[in-house]
Structure formats: C-alpha cells, structure tokens
Design a protein around this ligand. Structure first.
Ligand SMILES: C[S@@+](CC[C@H](N)C(=O)[O-])C[C@H]1O[C@@H](n2cnc3c(N)ncnc32)[C@H](O)[C@@H]1O
Length: 212
C-alpha cells in the first residue's frame, strides 16, 4: 500500500491504542471453531483481544499471531499478552497485502474491521488463501459499501484510515474472495445499512474454507 495511506492508518491507530473502546465490525471470533493445537492469525489485530482468545483456546500446542501496522497497537497487545502470561502469541508488523507468514501455515485466519482499510483487497484475499493450510478456515467481519465510494474519498488517506472510505461493494467483496481461490463461502451475519463517514455501509461476517 502506498506510504501516505500506511502512514495515516498507523497514526490513527497509534492514537487509539490507549483507548478502552472496541473497534470491531462484527462477531468474527464467535464463529471461529478454535481447537487445541490450532495455528491462527488475526489480520489487523489492534490491541490483541482476539489474538489472546485464540491463543487461550489453541493452548500451549497452538499459536496465535497478530498482524498490524501500528507499533503502538502491537505494544499494547504484547503488554496484554504478558499480563495474561500467554507465551504462544507474537505480534508482527506487516501490511495485509504482504503478510510476513509462510505459505500454508495456518488453520485459521481471523480479521475484524480491517480489510476495508486496504486499497488492494484482492491482494489481501490472495494472501489469506496463501497462508491458510488446505482445509483451513477464514472468518472475517468487515464492512461493505452500498455503492462505490467516490474517488475523492477513496484517494484520501485520512478517510480510508477512518475505516470507511476504503470499503468496496458487496459484489466486489465476494468477487475478491472467489478470485483468490476460495469456493466454500458463507455469509453468516449482515447488519442493516447505516452511515459511516460519508457513505452507506453494512457490517457483515463471512466464513470460508480452503479446499483440500
Ligand atoms: C478498526 S481496527 C480493528 C482492531 C481489531 N481487529 C478489533 O476488532 O478490535 C483496525 C486495525 O487494523 C490495522 N490495520 C489497518 N490497515 C492495515 C493494513 N493495511 N495492514 C495491517 N494492519 C492494518 C490498524 O492499525 C488497526 O489496529
């Protein structure tokens, strides 16, 4: 992703890293069937709460990575892991379009309210397909826009960092997932439309499995 966008995202989330309130779009973690021994990653892990849940459920034979671009978010997440004595976690600074994890290494990829920040979401989905093992699952909560977001907002790093201007339409979202190679895809929940920033969006959760 180009530097002004990454910078705006890091700045916004560095500032939010000390705040208590939640930044989620849906209940992705509630639909992830995490088993002992699972190797999992949360893309856009923020303060790390979903990583901590995954690590707890995956147990000492499993592992949970958090992927984020905000140093301050990752530091808060590491501190939260230390407080809970969870040592089967790591927080890796990496952009979603180029995830610093090996091919076919994960049983589960989770993401909540993050993929909409990417201007190349098809690449993010190809990365999710790449890092999942055959038979592995993704569960993603995010937003889609009801109509295409006007260029003036899409080209604004601050508006994209505010978690709305990077949104794509539902058709485009599912096309990206399909084109990356996933065939078994299920829409689990979808909100009524609401206004976010200057566009109409819906929140939703989608789950899929990489064919064996
Ligand atoms: C809205 S917050 C959601 C945090 C967490 N998933 C939650 O539900 O509370 C989005 C997070 O994704 C990170 N992020 C946004 N765009 C990213 C990108 N392109 N690559 C990696 N991380 C990104 C931000 O730094 C931030 O921590």
């Amino acid at each position: 992703m180009s530097q002004p966008f990454t910078k705006a995202i890091s700045l916004r989330y560095d500032e939010l890293s000390g705040q208590e309130c939640c930044l989620s779009c849906g209940g992705a973690i509630n639909f992830a069937d995490i088993k002992p021994g699972f190797r999992c990653a949360d893309l856009g892990s923020g303060k790390g709460f979903d990583v901590l849940k995954m690590a707890t459920l995956a147990g000492s034979d499993g592992f949970a990575w958090g992927i984020d671009v905000s140093e301050a978010m990752m530091e808060t997440a590491r501190e939260n892991a230390r407080k809970l004595n969870l040592y089967n976690t790591a927080f890796v600074k990496s952009e979603l379009e180029n995830i610093d994890l090996p091919d076919e290494s994960l049983d589960l990829v989770l993401s909540n309210c993050t993929i909409n920040h990417s201007l190349d979401q098809s690449k993010v989905w190809k990365e999710i397909f790449r890092i999942l093992k055959p038979g592995g699952t993704f569960v993603v909560s995010d937003i889609f826009s009801l109509a295409e977001v006007p260029e003036e907002f899409r080209n604004s790093p601050d508006s994209v960092a505010e978690c709305w201007a990077g949104a794509v339409t539902k058709d485009q979202y599912f096309k990206n997932i399909n084109d990356s190679g996933f065939r078994k895809i299920e829409l689990i929940e979808e909100s009524k439309p609401y206004i976010k920033g200057k566009v109409n969006v819906c929140s939703f959760t989608v789950k899929g499995v990489k064919d064996i």
